[in-house]
Design a protein around this ligand. Structure first.
Ligand SMILES: Cc1cc2nc3c(=O)[nH]c(=O)nc-3n(C[C@H](O)[C@H](O)[C@H](O)COP(=O)(O)O)c2cc1C
Length: 191
């Protein structure tokens, strides 16, 4: 295991994966780590949906692409990133999940007042823990709209009262990923 600061600074969103699946014991380890995340009123309002089935992943990616394409069309002339992403999604056979073998969706119990914050932090915990044991990850916000479809939530077996907070993909990185530019943060000091 590496030093925590090194882990924070070297974690990258991985978009190129090997085919190898992550063993269940490692997935359980990551979910256990997520449980140590702080949460409002200590409600620990997270749940986890683990998807290893290739057909299900492929279908979700296709739904995600269908829901994202019209949205990105609106921004393609004002954002180069949107135009690039659009052309990737329109490419025949492209996979929104970059052929990652595993998706873990962090679900939030909507009875907890801070579920969205708590679960977003749990997502970061799980991604950092994964990086510490050589597993790459990426948050796929682009599939969020498709996942929020009632029929899909039912099909996936998401329990009543849970919202989708963080669709995360995992796998062993193929090659290395360059760090995107880091901006100087806006900081206001009151001394
Ligand atoms: C809420 C959220 C949604 C994201 N959605 C996507 C996505 O749909 N597809 C993707 O390739 N990356 C997605 N990312 C990853 C970001 O693009 C990435 O974290 C950012 O470019 C910084 O790169 P780094 O994580 O390697 O530091 C998302 C990240 C966050 C936090």
């Amino acid at each position: 295991m590496k030093d925590v600061i090194e882990i924070i600074k070297t974690r990258r969103c991985v978009r190129n994966y090997k085919e190898d699946q992550i063993p269940d014991d490692d997935i359980k380890f990551l979910i256990d780590c997520a449980g140590y995340t702080p949460s409002g009123l200590n409600m620990q309002p997270w749940g986890f949906l683990v998807i290893k089935n290739k057909d299900v992943l492929r279908r979700l990616s296709e739904f995600g692409k269908k829901s994202m394409i019209p949205l990105l069309e609106q921004f393609k002339n004002t954002s180069q990133a949107a135009a690039d992403f659009l052309s990737f999604l329109k490419t025949e056979g492209s996979d929104m999940f970059y052929d990652a073998p595993l998706m873990v969706i962090v679900l939030g119990n909507n009875k907890a007042p801070t579920a969205a914050y708590d679960c977003a932090m749990a997502a970061q915990t799980i991604m950092l823990a994964a990086h510490s044991i050589g597993i790459g990850s990426c948050w796929i916000g682009g599939v969020q709209r498709a996942l929020m479809d009632e029929k899909i939530m039912k099909e996936l077996g998401i329990p009543e009262g849970y919202i989708i907070v963080a669709p995360l993909i995992f796998g062993y990185p193929k090659g290395s990923t360059e760090m995107p530019e880091r901006k100087e943060p806006e900081v206001v000091w009151v001394k």
